[in-house]
Ligand binder design. Structure first.
Ligand code: DAH
Length: 339
C-alpha cells in the first residue's frame, strides 16, 4: 500500500510538471483526486486493509492527498501569474500616440440667434409657445383675415397637403391658436419652421424660420408696440440702434408697419452692408385687426393688441454678417464652427 501511494505521488508530481496550461492541470486533478481518480480508488480499497492497519493507511492517504493538492495549487497560481504577465506584455499602451480627436458639436447660428431673441422677450415677460408645422388653412389664412383670393394662397407660394391643410407659410397661425384659448392677457412669442414654395437662392429657401410675437390686453396701443420693438432692436443690435416704422399692409393688422433698424455696421451713414441707405429691414408688425380678434373670440371693444413677425435667418445673417442664406443649411462644419 505504501509503495502504491508513493507511486501515485510521484506520478502526480511528474504530471503536474508536464502540464502546460490550466486545462491540463485540471485533467491531472481529475485523474488523481476525481471520483474515478487513482487516489480515490485507493480509498475505496480500504475495506481490504486489515482493521488495525486502517487508521495508519488512512493517515498516509490523507498525507499524500494533501501534498498533491498543495502541488496542484502552486502550479495553478504560477500558471495564472504567467498568463497575466503574458497578457500585460501583449497589451502595451503607447502613451505617446496622439489621442483620437473628439469633435464636440455646438449650436447652429440660427439657434444662437433664436436663443438671443427668446432671451430678450422672456426678459420682458413673454411666454414661448409652439404651434404645428402642418396647419389648417383656417388658421394659416382664414382666421388671419387673409381672403380666399389673396396671392399668398396661390399654389405658387403655398405647399398644400389637401384643400384644407397646408404647410404653414408663417408662424402667425399661432396667434389665432393662442387667442382662441381665451386666456387673457396674452404676451407670447412663437418661433418655428415655415414653408413656402420658393426657389433656393442667397435670400430664399422653401423652408425657413420665423418668430411671431403677440400681445393682447386692455389699453394696448401702437406706442406699446413701438416701445417694445425699439427696446428689442437696441438689445439685439446695440444701444445706439435707431428704429424706423414704415407704413405697410398686412391683412391681420391695422394699422401695419415694417420696421427698419439703423445699420449697425456704418451707424446709418450708408455702406455696402445696408446698400447705402443706412437702414436695414428686420420685421413686420401692426395692431391686431379687430376682425381677427373677433374671429378668435376676443371682444375688440374691450381688448386691443399688437403683433409682429420676423424671419429668423434674416436676423442670423445680419447679426453674424453672413452674405448667403444657403450657408445656413449646408451643414459645412468649416462654416458652422465659426460661430
Ligand atoms: N406673417 C408675416 C409674414 O410672414 C409677418 C408678420 C407681419 C407677422 C406682421 C405679424 C405681423 O404678426 O403683425 O410676412
Amino acid at each position: 500500500m505504501k509503495e502504491k501511494l508513493q507511486k501515485i505521488r510521484e506520478e502526480a508530481m511528474s504530471q503536474i510538471r508536464d502540464a502546460v496550461d490550466l486545462n491540463m492541470l485540471n485533467d491531472v486533478r481529475v485523474g488523481i483526486l476525481g471520483k474515478k481518480g487513482a487516489l480515490t480508488s485507493v480509498l475505496k480499497s480500504m475495506k481490504d486493509v486489515a482493521v488495525e492497519e486502517r487508521p495508519k493507511v488512512g493517515q498516509m492517504v490523507n498525507d499524500v492527498r494533501g501534498e498533491i493538492e498543495k502541488m496542484l495549487e502552486e502550479a495553478r497560481t504560477s500558471m495564472e501569474a504567467a498568463v497575466r504577465e503574458a497578457r500585460l506584455k501583449a497589451e502595451v499602451i503607447d502613451v505617446t500616440l496622439p489621442a483620437k480627436k473628439n469633435n464636440v458639436g455646438h449650436r447652429h447660428p440660427n439657434t444662437i440667434a433664436l436663443e438671443e431673441v427668446e432671451r430678450i422677450f422672456i426678459g420682458m415677460g413673454y411666454e414661448v409657445v409652439e404651434g404645428p408645422e402642418v396647419e389648417y388653412d383656417l388658421y394659416n389664412f382664414e382666421k388671419l383675415n387673409i381672403p380666399a383670393d389673396h396671392p399668398a394662397k396661390d399654389e405658387q407660394d403655398t405647399f398644400y397637403i389637401n384643400k384644407e391643410i397646408v404647410l404653414r407659410t408663417q408662424t402667425s397661425p399661432c396667434q389665432a391658436r393662442v387667442m382662441e384659448q381665451g386666456k387673457l392677457p396674452i404676451r407670447m412669442i412663437s418661433p418655428g419652421r415655415v414653408f413656402r414654395s420658393d426657389e433656393v437662392d442667397a435670400t430664399h429657401s422653401p423652408s425657413f424660420h420665423q418668430v411671431e410675437g403677440l400681445v393682447v390686453d386692455k389699453n394696448i396701443t401702437f406706442a406699446d408696440l413701438k416701445g417694445t420693438l425699439e427696446e428689442f432692436a437696441r438689445e439685439l443690435f446695440g444701444e445706439n440702434t435707431k428704429t424706423k416704422f414704415r407704413p405697410h399692409h398686412f391683412p391681420f393688422t391695422e394699422p401695419s408697419a415694417e420696421v427698419d433698424v439703423s445699420c449697425f455696421k456704418c451707424g446709418g451713414k450708408g455702406c455696402r452692408f445696408c446698400k447705402g441707405s443706412g437702414w436695414i429691414e428686420i420685421l413686420g408688425c401692426g395692431m391686431v385687426h379687430p376682425h381677427v380678434l373677433e374671429m378668435c373670440g376676443i371682444d375688440p371693444e374691450a381688448y386691443t393688441g399688437f403683433a409682429f413677425g420676423m424671419g429668423l435667418e434674416r436676423i442670423a445673417l445680419l447679426k453674424y454678417e453672413i452674405d448667403d442664406m444657403r450657408l445656413l443649411y449646408e451643414n459645412d462644419t468649416r462654416f458652422l464652427k465659426q460661430f
